[in-house]
Design a protein around this ligand. Structure first.
Ligand SMILES: *Cc1c(COP(=O)(O)O)cnc(C)c1O
Length: 369
């Protein structure tokens, strides 16, 4: 094995090269039509993505963070309300709650998985609780059947954060179709990524869809009929055209990610030094990230870096312990699993184009003393 090999954390250029003709054509066509805002590419992508998600309404928007915020707002949640959020996730899931004037209430994650622990949700519910935001973190679905049962009992709105879970499922049912609405990000590195910022909201609730579309488009119904104040959050035509070109490849790319995860699992299990990610029975994990649990993470990260292998930590600090949430006064014992994880999680390279050789090389370096 070549010791000067470099393995990037993601390789977006390799993916582009694999479908260069289709992407170039989509960009050229959009420029030729000057469909920069709205128009055919956006309408087309919304329809295609709705079909992919198996949900009747898809409303595109500027990014994934906006998709959470706009859906919460459209559902009528606001000042004085509380929204339950997992203790480990990207900050958007909590930031969007604060942005609409509500309060994020954190709940710890499951010990063996990285998603919100349904057994701890009821203890966090108060008379002000209005919603739960389960996040299908790293591409592994949260326990939606258990979460929906709690939500029904307490009459809570459920918004699935699907930013990392395009195509993930539980017993064949797609993540995003369990709750009342789903938010998606198409940030370039996500499993379905644009060439810039992009996002979408998906739901089966027609009234919610109409409200969300209005909010994302300056509160207009039709043109110049502003029923409320909204904002400007839209998907641009070039991004929509690129996403439409990529969508037909998504399931194949997901299969490649899953195969790469199995290869990692096999070689890493034989080495036995690190714990590979677990997948619940019947769950389809789409491996947006491949996250190990390791001891002495810093040493391993340095060793991998010295061998040209990029790694990352998702996320180094659980949300309740971030400076911006210090006013809630949380202590490690409030979220013991999330707190322990922030010391030992490590994300190693994961993407469809990762080769067997690269996987063996990475595993070989992990196995060295
Ligand atoms: C990426 C991400 C978002 C936000 O998406 P942006 O498009 O970057 O705004 C929200 N939630 C999670 C879990 C994410 O990973």
């Amino acid at each position: 094995m070549n010791n000067s090999q470099k393995v990037p954390f993601v390789d977006l250029y390799a993916q582009y090269l694999s479908i260069k003709g289709e992407i170039d054509h989509a960009i050229e066509r959009t420029i030729k039509e000057s469909s920069y805002i709205g128009g055919k590419p956006v309408v087309g992508f919304e329809q295609e993505f709705a079909q992919y998600c198996k949900l009747p309404y898809v409303i595109s928007c500027g990014n994934g963070t906006d998709s959470i915020e706009i859906l919460l707002k459209a559902s009528g949640i606001g000042a004085g309300d509380e929204v339950i959020v997992p203790a480990i996730t990207w900050i958007s899931s909590a930031e969007a709650v604060t942005a609409i004037g509500a309060k994020p209430v954190f709940v710890d994650i499951e010990a063996d998985y990285f998603t919100i622990n349904p057994a701890l949700i009821e203890a966090a519910i108060t008379p002000r609780t209005k919603a739960i935001i389960p996040v299908h973190l790293y591409g592994h679905p949260a326990d939606m059947p258990a979460i929906m049962e709690i939500a029904r009992k307490h009459n809570l709105f459920v918004l699935e954060d699907c930013a990392q879970s395009h195509g993930a499922a539980i017993n064949g049912q797609l993540a995003g179709t369990f709750g009342h609405a789903a938010s998606f990000s198409f940030y370039p590195g996500k499993n379905l990524g644009a060439y810039g910022d992009a996002g979408a909201m998906a739901t089966a609730d027609q009234a919610l869809a109409e409200k969300a579309r209005m909010i994302a488009n300056h509160g207009q119904q039709g043109k110049h009929n502003h029923l409320m104040e909204g904002r400007n959050s839209r998907l641009d035509g070039l991004q929509a055209a690129i996403l439409s070109a990529k969508l037909p490849h998504l399931d194949k790319w997901t299969e490649m990610r899953i195969n790469n995860a199995s290869r990692y699992d096999a070689v890493l299990q034989s080495i036995g030094k690190v714990q590979s990610p677990k997948v619940k029975e019947g769950y389809k994990h789409v491996f947006h990230l491949y996250v190990l649990k390791v001891n002495e993470r810093e040493n391993l990260q340095k060793k991998l870096a010295a061998s040209g292998i990029d790694t990352a930590i998702h996320y180094p600090t659980a949300l309740p312990f971030l400076a911006c949430y210090s006013h809630y006064g949380h202590v490690p014992n409030d979220f013991p699993v999330a707190h322990a994880n922030q010391q030992n999680i490590l994300s190693i390279p994961m993407y469809a184009e990762l080769t067997n050789e690269q996987i063996s090389y990475i595993a070989g370096v992990i196995g060295e003393n």
